[in-house]
Write a protein that binds this ligand. Structure first.
Ligand code: HEM
Length: 386
């Protein structure tokens, strides 16, 4: 590179640096000037006349004349409207309360109720509910990978027993479908922003979430009704019986070749029934119906909705975690279980292996092998040994 060119470049660079320094100095000076202009001068400008003091009960209109721009009293009232509701042209519940009063919800700071709800939901329910569901799904996956499908130790006899009547299967199916719609739409509404929004973008995510929220609102009442029918239909066979405790202590012997004897439903199913279907089911549905504002005699304030939302969220996350296990066993986790709920019939070998006390009572004639009256049992089918 010739000396000359090097010189020119050097100069150009120096000039650029100089220009930049000057520009920066100018920007700084300009900024300083702007700041000086913006910053309040030591005192009021010459000739300034202080407006009259705002009378405490001045209306906004009056104060905009006496102290133009001073909206502090109004915002103070807005902030305190949780304690002292203001007057608003809007009609209805809490119309005068623009910001709720101070409170704290589990895990939140002591702050305005809306903010407290936001903190409880975003700092606790969403992260920990999500973590619980992930944990359960991963554990089920690991269990299936390590242990595989349960059952299949007793050979088929070809003779079947009716395990679920058509009415029981229909109720269960309505409930299972409604639950699945509620679970999927609920998961997208609560956690979709983390795993779906980054993939499909805001527009599609917005549409999808709106459609799923609508599906959620329709599936809710169906689930509520079918849940009550399921409770009434299966409660008798879920009452505690001798042997249930042994079953629980030995985890049913599910990991061994010899299952602990149980009656029609084993103690694990009874736990799912009383905690999942009864307790959590009624709490989720109850809070959901409050969110739908259909329960009479309740004052539907923002606080009611916030509490119902948190209760609904926590109970739904726990219920989904519990039913993930039920759905796993009821689909691929146990040989023949799904077929029993789909067709209503199980092989005697299956009944003997998984519900021996129930099988014994059928063999002893204490319980009919055919639950649906006036319907003959299907003819025995000889199946090849499994
Ligand atoms: C996709 C979802 C579901 C599947 C695949 C499924 C599958 C099954 C299967 C295969 C059985 C028969 C188990 C046996 O023979 O002992 C069963 C029983 C049962 N299921 Fe489900 N289920 C689902 C969802 C639900 C939901 C959401 C509920 C209630 C909230 C529920 C409540 C029950 C009850 C009460 C029984 C009778 C056993 C008992 O009472 O303990 N299921 N389910």
């Amino acid at each position: 590179m010739s000396l000359r060119i090097a010189n020119t470049l050097g100069r150009a660079a120096a000039a650029a640096v100089l220009a930049l320094t000057l520009a920066h100095a100018a920007h700084a000076a300009g900024a300083e000037e702007a700041a000086a202009a913006a910053s309040p001068q030591a005192g009021p400008p010459a000739g300034f006349v202080a407006p009259a003091d705002a009378k405490p009960d001045d209306t906004n209109a009056q104060r905009s004349k006496s102290q133009p721009g001073n909206n502090a009293p109004m915002w103070r009232k807005v902030h305190q409207s949780g304690q002292a509701p203001g007057i608003s042209q809007v009609e209805g519940n809490e119309a005068g309360t623009l910001i709720q009063s101070l409170t704290s919800y589990p895990g939140s700071l002591y702050t305005t109720a809306g903010e407290a709800w936001r903190q409880t939901r975003n700092n606790w329910i969403i992260p920990y509910g999500g973590a619980l569901l992930l944990l359960v799904v991963v554990s089920i996956g690991l269990f299936y990978w390590r242990v595989g499908q349960l059952g299949g130790h007793q050979p088929d006899t070809g003779r079947v027993i009716e395990r679920f009547s058509a009415f029981e299967r229909t109720t269960h199916a309505a409930n299972a479908v409604a639950f699945t719609v509620l679970a999927i739409s609920g998961i997208v509404i609560a956690w979709g922003q983390f795993f779906l929004l980054p993939v499909i973008g805001a527009t599609l995510f917005g549409w999808l979430t709106y459609a799923l929220k609508t599906a959620h609102n329709f599936a809710g009442p169906i689930f509520a009704v079918s849940l009550v029918i399921i409770l009434l239909t299966f409660v008798r066979d879920n009452l505690p019986r001798a042997g249930d405790l042994t079953w629980l202590v030995k985890f049913g012997g599910l990991l061994s070749k010899r299952e602990v004897p149980s009656h029609r439903f084993n103690a694990g199913e009874k736990v799912v029934f009383w905690i999942g279907v009864f307790a959590l089911g009624l709490v989720v549905v109850g809070a959901g119906l409050v969110l739908d504002k259909v329960i009479p005699g309740i004052e539907y304030t923002r606080a009611t909705m916030q509490i119902a939302n948190m209760v609904h969220g926590v109970a739904a996350a726990l219920m989904m975690a519990l039913f993930a296990g039920h759905i796993y066993i009821g689909t691929i986790g146990m040989k023949g279980a799904y077929e029993g709920m789909r067709s209503g019939y199980v092989d005697e070998g299956w009944a003997k292996e998984h519900h021996e006390l129930w099988y014994d009572d059928i063999k002893a004639g204490k319980i009919p092998a055919q639950r649906t009256p006036d319907t003959p049992l299907p003819a025995p089918v000889v199946k090849s040994a499994r």
